[in-house]
Design a protein around this ligand. Sequence first.
Ligand code: NAP
Length: 276
Amino acid sequence: MDHYCVMGNPVEHSKSPWIHARFAALTGEPVAYGKRLIPLDGFAAGVRSFIAEGGKGCNITVPFKFQAASLVTRRSARAALADACNILSFQGDTIVGDNTDGIGFVVDIERNAGVPLAGCDLLLLGAGGAASGVLGPILERKPRRVVVANRTIANARALAVRHATLAQAGGVALEAVALDEVTGTFDVIANATASSMSGGGVPVDARVLKPGALACDMMYGPAAATFLEWARAHGAIGHDGLGMLVEQAAEAFLIWRGVRPPSAQVLAELRAEMAK
Ligand code: NAP
């Protein structure tokens, strides 16, 4: 068996072990995947201890994605642009960092939810590890306008500055604002803040929603319920982060094992499991 895990704090809610167990069963890959609660001041030690135990790689979740990007010895172009990693692969003494959150988000919105990002107006809430991972792949789809809104505006500005060249190359209007300064309406709203996870409520006014907009919370399970109800109550389509989770996991599995697992099947199974 090759050992992998997800590291985070909190991590108890994570469905990644369930997803990777199904990927392993369906592809026949000898993968064992667990979860590790890492102390907030102990990320590097947690990674090193897993390597010493023979771990082959891990996923990184809240709040360690930026620290992961600093820890790696090598990172992919998309992880460098995001300055955040959600997947590490251990190759001898080398720690390779990548970021599959963005491709997971884009595949989920375009293929699973059936909403094309090209030409749309998109509001990205948050400027943490998740928002950093998705912005590059969103810009590559060439939306018309992308507004990054965050509680701490300096973090939104830094994220927009890092992506300015990519936005310009695609002809995308990219702005950074504070959460209470968002103007206009949007076809797609992506909540990449930790507000649903912490019970902090919906971080933006419903005026931002175009009728029939897709309002996606990257959270899933009961913690996403408030956001999804808010979306439906204001004429939008609520969409949770479960599809993104499965799609980013499928990309991670492909990187680690060289085999693409059947993500649509596993997403359907996971939804059925969570509905029990
Ligand atoms: P993070 O790096 O800790 O960033 C948290 C972000 O949320 C920051 O922008 C922070 O703003 C903002 N924030 C925190 N509490 C808030 C509140 N009460 N109101 C408004 N904004 C608040 O976390 P992350 O890794 O980006 O994760 C964010 C969320 O996305 C989590 O719920 C995570 O589970 C989810 N996620 C899901 C997937 C998936 O596959 N479905 C993948 C990645 C992440 P400041 O800059 O002001 O601190």
